[in-house]
Design a protein around this ligand. Structure first.
Ligand SMILES: *[C@@H]1O[C@H](CO)[C@@H](O)[C@H](O)[C@H]1NC(C)=O
Ligand SMILES: *[C@@H]1O[C@H](CO)[C@@H](O)[C@H](O)[C@H]1NC(C)=O
Ligand SMILES: *[C@@H]1O[C@H](CO)[C@@H](O)[C@H](O)[C@H]1NC(C)=O
Ligand SMILES: *[C@@H]1O[C@H](CO)[C@@H](O)[C@H](O)[C@H]1NC(C)=O
Ligand SMILES: *[C@@H]1O[C@H](CO)[C@@H](O)[C@H](O)[C@H]1NC(C)=O
Length: 645
């Protein structure tokens, strides 16, 4: 009897795992359409901060509700924003889709007072300068995207049959969605030689039934015009509609549980009495520890991982952090919150809970951990290992006692004021750590998120760079996966921010900004508010030889002038608009260490003229003024085709 119990156990494991781990399907982050429009508002100093505010607000709500609308109305200009995931996305997928949309949206530059609408296949995001929440159809700007491929045979009859089927399916979702919280999917399988057709309709939640109906009626007509193409998408101001010959949406869970029921019935009748005891016991057990158990079993963590000394037991880390108690919390990073943990052997570690669960890429993830844990340098925070078998993925780092640079640098009336020499040491240490990541450790790692909160300080105030390397596997698509892009905007190189071009020179740029912050004791912001951008003010002071003014006033003039000049000039070299002109990190280290070294004259940094974008075409002829050129809409769309995807 034993084998049958085992078999049954397996059947159950498979069934339960597939039905209880629906948290990762397909976030459908591919881009369906983007529209950037120059608005009639004038770009003022507050435009970017309002934009970031409204994005922060909706990000907070999307995390909970999977959609959000909000606005910021003062100071002017008013900004309205809406984000919504399609009804079939799970919460996790919704977050992924939203995060992706936030990385793409900056292509519609707010600095140039553009508004933006972005349709991904799984979610939508829009911001504008007026209340558009009840807009259903925008005849001038609504978009359609048809596949030009057609697998429907050329005969007229076949095409008519296909078109009729598309009609039926679209009519169904149009009728169902308004009464179903604005969302519907429906499909007809392949039958009688006519391809299967699957459709999805989604209205934005700010519309009422009537608005939804009106919007879908319009979308349906336009999507239908894509026949006999294999796919059609209508992207309206108030709704999204798509049909395809592929079933692209996630099957509603009802069908799954039905199937599950049938299989359970079969399994029961086969396994009969003896197994029943086991089943009852098992189901009872499952109810107790449903969530955790399923994920653990489902992922059947590879033996190589389990045996590795990089693998930490989840329960152990749970205990070490006092069950992630608030009192153990060290901070909140882009990728997750960090807790202090004390292991049974007395070692103190930092444990990071990842917001974006990486179970989907468990092998990649582990390889990455493996790789990064092999990287050791005095200026890099050591990764000790990870836990991937629990309900969430955890990373275990060496514990760095003095917290992050921003917590010392930007705190008013701080107990410890960093001296000039301490600042220079932190700058050199950070430079060396970065040069190491970019260079000789075998794999080139681009950090992507250099900023003051990612530079930790140990007892001797030695700088240690945190959080490197994992971005690569957190997002295989090579983009910046973080809902918190806003927080790091001031550090993002213009070519990365706008075109998604990521090279190690983006790190060099961020490093330059960081150095200016360390020298001036001020946080950079690119939007010339009251204090103005650090980049901007240092540049002006540098140009007019008023160097002493760049340095943090709390130092009361206690610093060597020639060294200060060297460091500032280095930082300005790093923040030049054109990536080619920026030095490499190893050159920076050399220039910082060699007092005799002649540092070249820097060119003007970007972000000084309300437009952060260096224009490629003018780079060769005139780097200085290239940054003032406006990107036209066609340039934006050509940029969008080459970047991020
Ligand atoms: C901008 O355009 C909107 C409509 O598109 C209009 O209502 C508004 O008055 C305009 N604002 C200015 C400052 O022209
Ligand atoms: C969201 O949209 C609804 C419907 O248009 C509106 O009533 C509500 O005020 C909006 N919410 C916010 C926070 O703007
Ligand atoms: C949308 O709301 C505005 C006021 O917020 C109103 O003037 C306009 O008529 C509404 N449009 C529709 C189509 O309901
Ligand atoms: C679709 O058509 C466009 C232009 O008409 C073309 O550039 C593109 O390569 C085509 N795509 C496919 C998949 O055939
Ligand atoms: C849409 O399809 C579903 C599933 O077949 C069906 O139950 C429903 O009646 C259809 N609704 C309309 C309005 O056609």
């Amino acid at each position: 009897m034993r084998p049958s119990i085992l078999n049954l156990a397996c059947v159950f494991l498979v069934l339960f795992s597939s039905s209880f781990s629906p948290s990762l399907g397909d976030p459908r982050v591919s881009e369906a359409g983007i529209l950037c429009l120059k608005s009639n508002v004038t770009s003022t100093a507050s435009i970017v901060s309002n934009f970031l505010d409204v994005m922060r607000k909706i990000a907070a709500t999307v995390t909970e509700d999977r959609w959000a609308n909000d606005s910021v109305t003062s100071p002017l200009p008013e900004i309205y924003a809406l984000a919504q995931c399609h009804g079939d996305l799970t919460s996790d997928d919704c977050l992924l889709c939203f995060a992706q949309s936030r990385t793409i949206l900056p292509r519609c530059s707010v600095l140039a007072a553009n508004s933006g609408r972005l349709y991904l296949d799984g979610c939508f995001i829009r911001f504008d300068y007026y209340n558009f929440f009840n807009e259903t159809v925008d005849l001038q700007h609504d978009m359609v995207k048809c596949a030009n491929q057609s697998s429907v045979s050329a005969g007229q009859q076949a095409r008519q049959q296909f078109a009729a089927k598309v009609d039926r399916v679209l009519t169904n979702v149009s009728a169902v969605a308004p009464e179903n919280k604005g969302f519907a999917v429906f499909g007809e399988a392949r039958r009688g030689g006519v391809a299967g057709v699957y459709a999805l309709a989604q209205c934005w939640n700010t519309l009422d039934d009537k608005g939804c109906r009106e919007c879908l009626a319009n979308a349906m007509i336009r999507a239908r015009n894509c026949t006999p193409g294999d796919e059609g998408r209508a992207m309206n101001a108030g709704c999204f509609m798509r049909y395809s010959t592929q079933r692209f949406y996630t099957v509603p869970t009802d069908a799954d549980s039905l199937k599950l029921g049938i299989i359970i019935a079969i399994a029961l009748s086969v396994a009969a009495a003896t197994s029943l005891v086991f089943i009852v016991a098992y189901v009872g057990y499952r109810k107790l520890s449903k969530k955790r158990e399923v994920q653990k079993k489902f992922f059947g963590v590879p033996a190589i991982v389990r045996k590795s000394n990089l693998n930490f037991n989840y329960e152990l880390l749970e205990k070490a952090t006092d069950f992630f108690d608030e009192s153990m919390k060290l901070g909140q990073g882009g990728a997750g919150s960090v807790y202090k943990g004390i292991l049974p052997d007395g070692r103190v570690v930092a444990v990071k809970r990842l917001v974006f669960n990486t179970r989907q890429w468990v092998d990649d993830f582990f390889n990455e951990v493996n790789l990064i844990s092999g990287i050791q340098h005095k200026n890099l925070v050591r990764l000790l290992g990870c836990s991937i078998e629990g309900p969430e993925s955890l990373l275990v780092y060496e514990y760095v006692p003095n917290r992050s640079l921003d917590q010392i640098l930007f705190v008013k009336n701080a107990t410890h004021v960093l001296s000039w020499q301490e600042r220079v040491n932190i700058i050199s240490g950070t430079a060396e750590g970065l040069a190491f990541l970019h260079g000789p450790c075998g794999v080139k790692i681009i950090h992507r998120d250099i900023k003051s909160s990612n530079v930790l300080l140990d007892e001797d105030l030695t700088a240690k760079i945190a959080d490197f390397g994992l971005a690569r596997c957190l997002d295989p698509e090579n983009s910046h996966l973080s809902t918190g892009i806003a927080g790091t905007l001031g550090y993002m190189a213009p070519e990365y921010l706008v075109k998604g071009q990521l090279t190690e020179k983006a790190d060099v740029y961020a490093f330059g900004v960081l150095v200016l912050e360390i020298l001036s004791g001020r946080k950079n912001s690119i939007f010339g508010q009251a204090s103005g951008s650090v980049l901007q003010s240092v540049w002006k002071q540098y140009k007019s030889n008023r160097l002493a003014e760049c340095i943090d006033p709390v130092l009361k003039g206690k610093f060597p002038v020639s060294e200060a000049l060297n460091v500032i000039q280095n930082a300005l070299l790093c923040t030049q608009a054109s990536p080619d002109l920026r030095p490499s990190m190893s050159e920076v280290v050399e220039m910082l260490n060699d007092r005799e070294c002649i540092v070249p004259m820097p060119m003007q940094p970007p972000f000084l003229n309300n437009n952060p974008i260096p224009d490629d075409s003018s780079r060769s002829s005139n780097t200085n003024t290239g940054i003032t050129n406006q990107l036209t809409n066609s340039e934006i769309s050509s940029a969008s085709t080459i970047s991020l995807r």
